[in-house]
Design a protein around this ligand. Structure first.
Ligand SMILES: [Zn+2]
Length: 377
């Protein structure tokens, strides 16, 4: 007992001295390690490493016995050295998941890095994802009206700068054309109800359109995601020559600031409140009758706080007809939007999400979007 405790302590000591610079590891305070790869892991990642047991064998730092040769091995590698080896050639556009991302993205990252060793040599990733500027394949796409998933052909084309899909394999005309300037992809396993579920959005006549897709094979799904990212990077490089890639890399895809149900009332504030699904996508607050609707019932632009936009944790006193008690008044230059949340915590989270964009200065292109919302028929 004493002996294994002593070994655990020396492992923790190694971890602290070796990986001081590895912020991800430090934040997660690892209690697990792979004794075949020589890296420390958080509990969640240790579970994913069990999926590649032929490459990575994990043990608890505190509960499992460690031999002195295993300790010596970890001492000789560590997270920083493993990263230098296995992440040597990660393409800049390639999405690196964080501990907040869904299991699919984290699992495929670990497999790509350690099992397939994709980032030791850069070529394989680029060739299979999107060279020569073209990707074609089938995805299950949710039907707009009946919610049934049907196998659809998708084509991603760098030359045309679009992602498109076809309802029939031999159809000449695509059912939808999604341009690279406004396309976004984000994994939504919970909302879609399948672990590989991905939401793709694009703008049509300045309104958001949603499609929901998945592929049974996790690698195929993550490859589509990264292919969309590299296609978007290419589009931005051509459209805005001279701008550094560092400007575009954080904008290739984005996750939503917040989603969930709130109640809302109409523009006159006299109708009853109705439960709607809200999505905060950067400065666009959208609401839907059903979370998987193809398009929003309404969209609200949230500008900067110095331009007559604000959010208050109250409703005007005369307002009636709501069931949820935690009201928010969203003020824009044109009108006030009244919503209510089910819990106090939910209201705090929504307000925090609104504050992110209220506090952020407006970009030149965002003024154009704002003008569109102001003159919307
Ligand atoms: Zn982890």
């Amino acid at each position: 007992q004493n002996n294994s405790e002593g070994r655990a302590m020396s492992l923790l000591h190694i971890y602290k001295t070796l990986d001081n610079n590895s912020t991800q590891v430090n934040q997660l305070n690892p209690e697990w390690a792979s004794y075949t790869l020589g890296v420390f892991l958080c509990h969640s990642c240790s579970g994913l490493h069990r999926n590649i047991a032929q490459i990575s064998k994990v043990k608890s730092l505190l509960l499992d016995p460690w031999s002195s040769s295993e300790i010596e091995f970890i001492n000789s590698v560590g997270n920083n050295a493993a990263k230098a080896k296995y992440e040597k050639m990660v393409p800049a556009f390639y999405y690196r998941p964080t501990n907040k991302d869904c299991q699919l993205l984290r699992d495929q990252w670990i497999r790509a890095k350690y099992e397939r060793k994709e980032f030791i040599f850069v070529k394989r990733v680029l060739v299979t994802l999107f060279l020569p500027g073209y990707r074609e394949g089938f995805l299950w796409k949710r039907g707009r009206d009946n919610g049934q998933y049907l196998n659809r052909k998708f084509i991603l084309s760098e030359r045309e700068g679009v992602l498109k899909y076809f309802n029939k394999n031999d159809a000449r005309e695509p059912k939808a054309i999604m341009k690279m300037d406004t396309i976004n992809a984000t994994f939504q396993p919970g909302k879609i109800g399948t672990p590989h579920g991905m939401q793709i959005t694009y703008l049509k006549d300045n309104s958001t359109r949603n499609i929901f897709v998945y592929h049974e094979d996790g690698k195929e799904m993550v490859d589509w995601f990264n292919a969309i990212r590299v296609a978007r990077l290419h589009y931005l490089q051509v459209a805005f020559p001279g701008a550094p890639d560092s400007e575009w890399l954080p904008k290739l895809t984005r996750n939503y600031l917040k989603e969930g149900y709130m109640e809302k009332t109409g523009p006159k504030h006299t109708e009853g409140f109705k439960k709607r699904w809200f999505t905060m996508d950067d400065r666009r607050l959208m609401y839907f009758k059903d979370p998987l609707d193809a398009y929003a019932r309404g969209e609200v632009f949230i500008g900067n706080k110095d331009h007559s936009y604000s959010v208050l944790p109250i409703l005007p006193p005369s307002v009636q007809g709501y069931h949820w008690q935690f009201g928010i008044t969203i003020v824009t230059p044109d009108r006030k939007f009244l919503v209510t949340c089910e819990t106090e915590k939910d209201r705090e989270d929504w307000i925090a999400a609104f504050q992110i964009v209220l506090n952020r200065p407006m970009l030149p292109q965002e003024y154009a979007v704002e003008a569109y919302f102001k003159h919307k028929p």
